[in-house]
Each structure stands twice: as structure tokens, then as C-alpha cells.
Design a protein around this ligand. Sequence first.
Ligand code: NAP
Length: 326
Amino acid sequence: MKAYRIFKDQEGIRGRFVDMTPDELTPGEVLIEVHYSSVNYKDALCGLGVRPIPRKFPLNGGIDLSGKILESTLPQFKVGSWVLCNGAGLSETNDGGYSELCRLTEDMVVEINESFAQESMILGTAGFTAALALYQMELNGLKPEMGPIVVTGASGGVGSVATALFSQLGYEVWSVSGKPEAKEYLGSLGAQKVLTMEELSLGSQPLGKGLFAGVVDSIGGHTLGGLLAHIKTFGNLASIGHAQAPDFQSTVLPHILRGVNLLGISSANTPIELRRKIWSRLGEGWRIKGLDKMPIQEIRFSELETAFQSLLDRKNRGRYILKIKD
Ligand SMILES: NC(=O)c1ccc[n+]([C@@H]2O[C@H](COP(=O)([O-])OP(=O)(O)OC[C@H]3O[C@@H](n4cnc5c(N)ncnc54)[C@H](OP(=O)(O)O)[C@@H]3O)[C@@H](O)[C@H]2O)c1
């Protein structure tokens, strides 16, 4: 079987294609014939050796997969059923989805319909994370009538799905993107405004005018601090990523004077029951209607590293889906 495996040696961390046998895979009760995977920022960091995502080496890359059960020792998971897995240790402690076969343990498996196998990987961890942010924000009181939602890194995977998902559920979405050419695309996903950070002109005061009910933030850095200062009373900021920078500057004022919630979103560590609930919503009531408007590039193994580079160079729009099985 062919796999894209991450190695660590004297030259650093780097992925490469290998032929391996199923016996070499990390153990699990369910053997999956992988049909699709996806390309996330984290996959790119890991494959090109920018950041050490795996916690042991060597390990197959790919934090997402969907496919069919080939073997199972668990009665609840039948041979021939379609499943997906995202995060949950893939490419961190468990061999990941960039492989023709993968073994999963019970608490990693999410059952799906066959018809959702491809679509779920268009969404991948990025889409799951956008949905998890929505779930956590609504759990903390967010409602469409409270005001606009700002989505940062909007042309990326998380940002694109967040723009589409929040919009279709009745939220007024303001998508913030550094790519002027993404304006039309984000508008087609439902964004009511598409802005650059400069156009938002937030200033640097610790507490500014309350402008937004919520923020879905993929970039961190000074942008996160600036946005926190402008969240309305009892609003929420879902902190997802740090494409700009991991550190940010802020004060306690938004929290103690306005009751603003800073919510941590961790897709990789989401407990399996919540994981299944979120995916079930994405397959039904939260099914993304604008997916056909999203630029989706279906790639093969040979194009994987080019896709990684485009994510790191900030040249991507929408999602890459990796087709593994014909
Ligand atoms: N917490 C979690 O569970 C979780 C899950 C998934 C992803 N993440 C993290 O969330 C972030 C987004 O993931 P993704 O898969 O959506 O990545 P992506 O597809 O590469 O999108 C990231 C977007 O952020 C913006 N961006 C990139 N570099 C930037 C920079 N230096 N300064 C400001 N903006 C920048 C770009 O959007 P524009 O050009 O439109 O501005 C880019 O399209 C990553 O940091 C990823 O590691 C976290």
C-alpha cells in the first residue's frame, strides 16, 4: 500500500511517499480502505516540516479521511459501512489519512452515508472546526439577531465554511480577507460584507465601540486582540488558529465589562460523542448549500506537496480534496 509518511532525521522533519504493509500501521480494531482525504493548514505545516505535528515518527500524514470498512472486530462497525475520521490523533499519534489503508480505534470512527464520503472531505477538519465554533458559540448564547459575525482568514478552509454556514443559518457575516480577489467568491458564499482588516479600522484601544456579536478567528495575533475590544455585550470570539501569530495583546475589560466569552476551539481533541453530533448536523440540517460555489480542487498524491505549498504561501482559496481510491 502507498502512503505519505512523515519522517524525522538529522535534516529535520519531512514527508515522503513510501510503500508499506498494513502490518506496519498503528493498531486499531477497524481497518479502513481510504477513499478521500483533505489538505489542511496543519497537514501542510507537517508535510513540509515547518512544524512537528506528529508526536512520534515515522507516521503517515493526513488529519482527515473517509472510506469504507474492510475489516472490523467491533460488532457496531460492519464491514462495508462508510465512515470518516478527523483529528482524533490522526497524523499525531495514529497513522493518518494519506494512505490507501488506515486502522482506527473505536473512539475515532464516525459512521456516515456513502453519499457524504466525498462532501465530508471537502469540509474536512476545516469544515468540522467551523461547525464546532458555531456549536460552541450558540451554546454560549449567540443568536442571529445579536449582530454581525466577523470571520477572519475568510478565503481559507475554516473561513470559507464559516462564511457559508453562519450565513445560511441567518447570521450577518462580515468576511475579512487579505485577498482582494476573494470578494466575489466570499459574497457568493453569503457574506454580507467582505473587508480587509484595514477597512475594519479597529484601532488599538483596550475597549472600543461594541460592533460584532461574534468572531470566528483563524489568524490570532494582533487581529484577535483588536477584535476582542469590539465585541458586543455577551458576545463570543471563537479562537481557532494562528495563521498570523500565536500571541495576542488584550485586557480583561471585554470580559469583565461586557461578559465577552473567549472560546477555545480544539477540533483534534473533541470527544467522540460531540464529534458524531457535529458531523451528523453537517450531513443534515447544517449541510452547506454553497459548497458548489467553493473552489474545490480534487488532487492526487502526486499533487499533495504543491497543495501544501500553496496553503503556506497563502495562495489557496477554498479546499483541496485528495482522492486516494479510484
Ligand atoms: N483549533 C482547531 O481545532 C483548528 C482546526 C483547523 C484549523 N486550525 C487552524 O486554523 C487556521 C486556519 O486553518 P485553515 O485550514 O482554514 O487554513 P487555510 O486554508 O490555509 O486558511 C488560512 C487563512 O488565513 C489567512 N492567513 C494566512 N496567513 C496569514 C497571515 N500571515 N496573516 C493573516 N492572515 C493569514 C488567509 O486568509 P485570507 O487570505 O482570506 O486573509 C488564509 O487563507 C490555521 O492556523 C490552522 O492551523 C485550527
